[in-house]
Design a protein around this ligand. Structure first.
Ligand code: F6P
Length: 323
């Protein structure tokens, strides 16, 4: 492989707070370490369509604090085909790009792995509010999304308390319960439902609420992960079986936006630097990860095969604290 002189950067999959900080870091560290950096708009779709522009130190000014992604993101059907991946690698080469930094989730890394199989060097940076990338203890956006959800649930608690009600609050996370679990701990939820752990409505939802009422509680929050869904149905059943007036709220995309937290800005900046450093050293087809509290990297194939179970301790803490 020839020396890497020009790198491309794109964001793919759902946007996450901190993506801009990561783009900025890749651009500034890349230029600082002597590389040219090309910004690719709208993820792999923009790559295939050649929506590519050189980035300068100034093109990433004043965006560290902004949510979303200035490069935008998109889902791309064509890229899921062999021909699409081949075309993406060809277009990248036409624009003089020697390696690609992909900021996104597992799906985006699968695309990056396909590019690497076409001989195109790649590096992944984990970014999704869901924190569901097995290889990394942390994914960019998670901390900010937690803070946003927590703030909203605190407000819901105010109104639940004023009416002696129960509120079922559905949080994002796709098929994972990381947001639900941490936000349940942070808001003192009475019940948390996550897709990783099967539950029985009577035993795990109705009984704890009745027990809590018997202990003197007057308002209740049930955090329900998106992976379980059916929040309205759960709310109706709770009301029917407990007699407690119950409402359902789906927090939705509000959790994806907003100015990134300190953690997300700092992590994004370090991860961006690490990605560029790897490429400069000629190490590629890797994902930057947080492991044992440190920023390091893992082979992309191994990274995609790594699983991260929901911490049992978290569930135990959430249950005990809800007493
Ligand atoms: O992966 C981030 C995420 O917000 C998930 O929590 C959610 O399931 C999904 O993306 C929603 O995707 P979209 O914005 O395409 O509806």
């Amino acid at each position: 492989m020839n020396e890497i002189k020009t790198i491309g950067v794109l964001t793919s999959g759902g946007d996450a707070p901190g993506m801009n900080a990561a783009i900025r870091s890749v651009v500034r560290c890349g230029i600082g370490l002597g590389l040219r950096v090309m910004g690719i708009k709208k993820g792999y779709r923009g790559l295939i369509n050649g929506e590519i522009e050189e980035m300068t130190l100034r093109s990433v000014s004043d965006m560290l604090q902004r949510g979303g992604t200035i490069l935008q993101t998109a889902r791309c059907k064509e890229f899921t085909t062999e021909a699409g991946v081949k075309k993406a690698a060809e277009v990248a080469r036409i624009f003089g790009i020697d390696a690609l930094v992909v900021i996104g989730g597992d799906g985006s890394f699968r695309g990056a792995l396909d590019m690497s199989r076409h001989g195109f060097p790649v590096i992944g940076i984990p970014a999704t509010i869901d924190n569901d990338i097995g290889c990394s203890e942390y994914t960019l956006g998670f901390d900010t999304a937690l803070a946003t959800a927590m703030e909203a649930i605190d407000k819901i608690r105010d109104t639940a308390g004023s009416h002696d009600r129960c509120n079922v609050v559905e949080v994002m996370g796709r098929n994972a319960g990381y947001i639900a679990l941490d936000v349940a701990i942070a808001t003192g939820a009475e019940v948390v439902l996550v897709p990783e752990i099967p539950f029985d409505m009577a035993e795990d939802v109705i009984k704890p609420l009745i027990d809590a009422r018997n202990r003197g509680k007057k308002h209740y929050i049930i955090i329900n992960a998106e992976g379980i869904g059916n929040s309205e149905k759960i709310a109706r059943e709770v009301e029917e079986k407990t007699g407690i007036e119950t409402r359902a709220t789906i927090l939705g995309h509000v959790q994806r936006g907003g100015s990134p937290s300190v953690t997300d800005r700092v992590m994004a900046s370090h991860m961006g630097f690490h990605a560029v450093e790897l490429l400069v050293k000629g190490e590629y087809n890797r994902v930057v990860v947080k492991k044992d509290g440190k920023i390091t990297s893992m082979d992309i194939e191994e990274a995609l095969a790594t699983k991260k179970p929901l911490p049992d301790r978290g569930i135990a803490v959430a249950k005990l604290l809800s007493l």
